[in-house]
Design a protein around this ligand. Structure first.
Ligand code: FES
Length: 135
């Protein structure tokens, strides 16, 4: 049992991150024993699965994880602040929403293209070795 103290919490509060996230659980009524909604400690990906200068969307967890620069990981809500669609692309340094074309920067979630006016709220993740988990 070796617990390596390489735990690093990525938490950047851009100010508006407090909006959010209280009760967004979607109960499926089905009762699977390993719930699929986002939960603290839930592993999302390995660090090498997140492209440098890009990111990856975890639709089930409603989280986007980005790596603006080598070794720098960030996470944001995947729910567009315009009207609540789930973002679906990460390209050219931005995260895109399919509904009305809003784009958000992978560096800080800020709006790169309206109609959204508010940034994607930042999410807390933990990078432990090569594992990225929800904090
Ligand atoms: S809901 Fe995302 S751009 Fe409108």
């Amino acid at each position: 049992m070796t617990h390596v103290p390489t735990r690093r919490t990525v938490l950047l509060t851009t100010g508006a991150a407090a909006l959010a996230a209280g009760c967004g659980e979607y109960g499926s009524g089905g009762g699977s024993d390993s719930g699929s909604s986002a939960a603290a400690g839930q592993e999302l990906a390995r660090t090498d699965e997140i492209p440098v200068g890009g990111g990856r969307i975890f639709a089930a967890e409603k989280v986007v994880v980005t790596q603006p620069e080598q070794g720098e990981f960030k996470a944001f809500s995947a729910i567009c602040t315009h009207q609540g669609c789930t973002v679906d692309t990460v390209s050219e340094g931005t995260i895109g929403c399919p509904c009305h074309g809003s784009r958000f920067r992978i560096t800080d979630g800020s709006v790169a293209r309206p109609p959204a006016t508010r940034p994607l709220p930042e999410k807390e993740i933990t990078v432990e070795g090569d594992r990225i988990s929800l904090a």
